[in-house]
Design a protein around this ligand. Structure first.
Ligand code: ACO
Length: 335
C-alpha cells in the first residue's frame, strides 16, 4: 500500500532504430558462423547498426527520435519534461552525459537529467528512479530512455558475441497520477551481484586502463563475456525477479497479461517461461529483429506492443531484466 499521494504512469512510448540492417547472412561474410547456428542458438535473424560518423545516428540522436515519438503519444512538449533519466552503456561521450546531449537536441531547457548505467537493466533502474521522484512530488513529468549504439563496443571478430548485439532506442514519458489510479506503476524491484563482474566486462576505456595501441590490438576495449555462464544466471534471476514482482502485488502469473523480458537470447526467454510455467503467448519478443539492444530492449518492445494494440488499457505488464554487473530488476505496471 503506497503512503504517497502520487503514483506514476506511462503516458507515451516511442522507439527508433538506425536504418541499416545487418542480417545473419551478412555476418557469415566475415565470421565463421551460419544463419542456422545463430537462429537456433539465439533466435536472432538480424540487427540494426548505426552508421559511424553520421550525427543523425549517434546514441543521443536515436534517443531524441524515440523521445519525440513518446512525447507525441503523451500529448506533451519537450518543454514539459522536468527530468530525463537516460539508461545506456554506450554513451556518445564519457562527458558530457547522455542526458545533457539529449536535453540539448530535444530542446528541454528546464529539465535536469541523470545517466544510469546498470547495463541491460538500465531502463528499469531508470523507471524506478523516475517513479520515486514523481511519488515524492518533486517531478511531474519524466522522460526515461534506454538507448544503445553497441555496434561500437562489439568485438566484430568474436563470433560468440558479435552475433548478439544491435543498436536502437526506446523512450517513455512518465507522468504523475493519483495513487488511487488503476493505471500506474505498481512496483519495482532492483538488485545486483557485483561478485559476478567477470561474466561480462569491457576491460579498457575507463580509468583503470587507457586504450593504448597494445590494448586496442587485444580488443580489451570491446565487450567480452562468458556466454554460457551468463545464460544460467540469467534464467534463474529473471525467474526470481518475476516471482518477486508477483508476490509483492499478491498476484499470480495468470493475473499478468504480458511479460516483457530483456531480449538477450530467445533460448533464455523460453527457459524462463518454462521455469515459471508461463505460456509463450504472453511473452513479447523482438530479439529476432533487433538482437540484444541492452537498455533499449524492453522500452522498444513496449512501444511496439502498445502501438500495434496488443497492450491495451487495463492490461497488467511485467518488465523483467538482467544485465552486466550483474544487475537485475522487475517492474509491474497496469497500462
Ligand atoms: N557460430 C558458430 N559456432 C559458434 C558461434 C557462432 N556464432 N559462437 C560460438 N560457436 C561455437 C563455440 O565455439 C562452441 O564450439 P566448440 O563446441 O567447438 O567449442 C560451440 O559453438 C558451442 O558454444 P557455446 O558457447 O556452448 O554455445 P551456446 O549454446 O552457449 O551459445 C551464446 C552461445 C549464444 C553466446 C549463449 O551462451 C548465450 O546467448 N549466452 C548469453 C549471452 C548474453 O545474454 N549476453 C549478454 C548478457 S548481459 C547483457 O545483456 C548486457
Amino acid at each position: 500500500m503506497s503512503t504517497s499521494l502520487f503514483s506514476s504512469k506511462i503516458t507515451g512510448t516511442g522507439s527508433y532504430f538506425p536504418e541499416r540492417i545487418v542480417t545473419n547472412e551478412d555476418l557469415t561474410k566475415t565470421l565463421d558462423t551460419t544463419n542456422d547456428w545463430i537462429v537456433e542458438r539465439t533466435g536472432i535473424r538480424q540487427r540494426h547498426v548505426s552508421r559511424e560518423g553520421d550525427p543523425s545516428e549517434q546514441n543521443s540522436s536515436l534517443a531524441c527520435r524515440a523521445a519525440i515519438r513518446a512525447l507525441e503519444m503523451a500529448g506533451k512538449k519537450s518543454t514539459d519534461i522536468d527530468m530525463i533519466v537516460y539508461g545506456s552503456v554506450s554513451p556518445d561521450t564519457p562527458v558530457p552525459t547522455s542526458s545533457c546531449w539529449l536535453q540539448q537536441k530535444l530542446g528541454a531547457p528546464q529539465a535536469w537529467g541523470v545517466d544510469v548505467n546498470a547495463a541491460c537493466s538500465s531502463w528499469v533502474y531508470g523507471m524506478s528512479m523516475a517513479d520515486q521522484y514523481i511519488k515524492t512530488g518533486q517531478v511531474k513529468t519524466a522522460l526515461v530512455v534506454g538507448s544503445e549504439v553497441l555496434s561500437r563496443m562489439n568485438n566484430w571478430e568474436d563470433r560468440s558475441s558479435a552475433i548478439l548485439f544491435g543498436d536502437g532506442a526506446g523512450a517513455v514519458v512518465v507522468e504523475r497520477t493519483s495513487s488511487e489510479s488503476p493505471h500506474r506503476i505498481l512496483s519495482s524491484h532492483l538488485g545486483m551481484d557485483g561478485n559476478l563482474w567477470e561474466l561480462f566486462q569491457v576491460v579498457a576505456g575507463g580509468s583503470n586502463m587507457e586504450v593504448t595501441p597494445e590494448v586496442y590490438a587485444q580488443r580489451l576495449h570491446k565487450m567480452n563475456m562468458k556466454g554460457r555462464e551468463i545464460f544460467k544466471v540469467a534464467v534463474k534471476t529473471l525467474a526470481d525477479y518475476a516471482v518477486r514482482a508477483l508476490e509483492a502485488n499478491q498476484m499470480k502469473l495468470s493475473d499478468v497479461d504480458w511479460v516483457i523480458p530483456h531480449q538477450a537470447n530467445l533460448r533464455i526467454i523460453e527457459a524462463v517461461a518454462k521455469r515459471l510455467d508461463l505460456p509463450m503467448e504472453k511473452v513479447l519478443v523482438n530479439v529476432d529483429r533487433y538482437g540484444n539492444t541492452s537498455s533499449a530492449s524492453v522500452p522498444t518492445m513496449l512501444d511496439e506492443a502498445v502501438r500495434d494494440g496488443r497492450i491495451r488499457p487495463g492490461h497488467t505488464v511485467l518488465f523483467d531484466v538482467f544485465g552486466a554487473g550483474l544487475t537485475f530488476g522487475s517492474m509491474l505496471i497496469r497500462w
